[in-house]
Design a protein around this ligand. Structure first.
Ligand SMILES: [Cu+2]
Length: 324
C-alpha cells in the first residue's frame, strides 16, 4: 500500500460517517452537483463494499441520515438537523419550483414578453424580511443547543483526553468526587495495524469484531465509561491539533496543544461506540480510532477498581527490585 492508498483508507472511513449526509446537503442546496455526484458514487461503492463485509460499526449500510446517537445532546443535534433539513427542502422546492414554472410557462417560444419594471418595494421588503425570520427561527434553537452543550456543571466524573501522533491517552481524573489513577494509551488494534502495512497481503474485509467489519475502527484498549452519568471531558493534545469525535455522543472537540477544551456526555444506552480523529494530524491521521465502551455504572466501578489495582501492582513491582 502506497501513501495514496493509506490516505484513501482514511478518507473511506471518514466518508462512511460524513459522506452521505454531505451529499444530501449538496443536493438540496444545489451547491455543487458534480461533487455531490462524485461523493455519492464513492459512498455507494463503499456501502456496497461494506454490505459485503458485514455490518459496519455504528452507521448502517445505506444509512443516509445522521445518527440519532445515544446522548441527549446527540438527539437535540439530530432534531436540529432534521428541522433545518426540512426548512431547506421547503425552500428548495419553492425556489426550484418557481424557476421551473417560470422557464416553462414564460418561455420566449411561447411569446412571453419581459416586464420592464425594475423596483418593487413590497417584493424587496419581503425577500429581506422572510429570510431574516427564517434565519432567526434556525438560530434560536441552535443557540439553545449550543448553550446546553457547553454546560459542564454538575458532572460526576472527569476524563482527560490527550491526542498524540497517532494515538489517544485517557486519564480518568475523578469519579464521583474521588480522584483516580487510571491512565492509559489507546492505539489502533494489532489486526488493523498488520493489515494496513505495505504488501501485508491481508484483506481489510477480514478485520472483524463479531459480525462487524472494524478495519481501522478498533483499538487495543477502549475507553470504558458508565451510562447515566454526566461525564466531563477535558481535551488537549501533546503535539499537533487532533479532534476527538464519537458521532454517537453528538459532538466533536478539537484537541489543541496548550489549550484545554471541554465537553460532556451522559450516555443513555450501553454499547460500543466508535469514532475517529477528526482533524488532519499527519500521515497516520486515519489510524487513530476511538472506541468507547459504555457499560452500567456497576460494571464501570468494577472496571475502575481492576484498573486501579493493576496500576498499584505495576508500581509495586517496579519499586520492589530497588528495595531488595
Ligand atoms: Cu489526530
Amino acid at each position: 500500500m502506497g501513501a495514496g492508498t493509506l490516505s484513501r483508507d482514511a478518507s473511506v472511513a471518514a466518508l462512511d460517517r460524513g459522506g452521505s449526509s454531505f451529499a444530501t446537503f449538496f443536493l438540496f442546496f444545489g451547491v455543487d452537483l458534480m461533487k455531490a455526484g462524485a461523493i455519492l458514487r464513492y459512498g455507494f461503492g463503499l456501502l456496497a463494499a461494506a454490505a459485503s463485509a458485514g455490518a459496519l460499526a455504528n452507521p448502517k449500510p445505506w444509512q443516509l441520515n445522521m445518527t440519532e446517537g445515544v446522548t441527549e445532546t446527540a438527539s437535540r443535534v439530530h432534531s436540529l438537523h432534521m428541522l433545518i433539513l426540512w426548512i431547506c427542502i421547503v425552500i428548495g422546492v419553492i425556489v426550484f419550483g418557481a424557476m421551473t414554472v417560470a422557464m416553462i410557462k414564460f418561455r420566449k417560444s411561447k411569446g412571453a414578453v419581459p416586464a420592464k419594471w425594475s423596483h418593487n418595494t413590497l417584493a424587496e421588503v419581503l425577500w429581506t424580511v422572510i429570510p431574516v425570520l427564517i434565519l432567526i427561527g434556525m438560530a434560536w434553537p441552535a443557540t439553545k443547543t449550543l448553550v446546553y452543550m457547553a454546560d459542564v456543571t454538575e458532572s460526576e466524573m472527569t476524563v482527560k483526553v490527550t491526542g498524540y501522533q497517532w494515538m489517544w491517552r485517557y486519564e480518568i481524573l475523578n469519579y464521583k468526587g474521588e480522584s483516580t489513577s487510571v491512565n492509559f494509551v489507546s492505539r489502533l488494534d494489532r489486526q488493523s495495524d498488520t493489515t494496513r502495512q505495505l504488501n501485508s497481503g491481508l484483506s481489510p474485509d477480514d478485520v472483524k469484531t463479531g459480525d462487524e467489519n472494524t478495519y481501522l475502527l478498533n483499538v487495543d484498549k477502549p475507553l470504558v465509561l458508565p451510562t447515566n452519568t454526566k461525564i466531563r471531558f477535558v481535551i488537549t493534545a501533546d503535539d499537533v491539533i487532533h479532534s476527538w469525535w464519537v458521532p454517537n455522543l453528538g459532538w466533536k472537540q478539537d484537541a489543541i496543544p496548550g489549550v484545554v477544551n471541554q465537553s460532556w456526555a451522559k450516555i443513555d444506552k450501553a454499547g460500543t461506540y466508535r469514532g475517529q480523529c477528526a482533524e488532519l494530524c499527519g500521515k497516520d491521521h486515519g489510524f487513530m480510532p476511538i472506541v468507547v465502551n459504555a457499560v452500567s455504572p456497576q460494571e464501570f466501578e468494577q472496571w475502575l477498581a481492576s484498573q486501579q489495582a493493576a496500576k498499584t501492582a505495576d508500581t509495586t513491582s517496579v519499586v520492589a527490585p530497588g528495595r531488595g
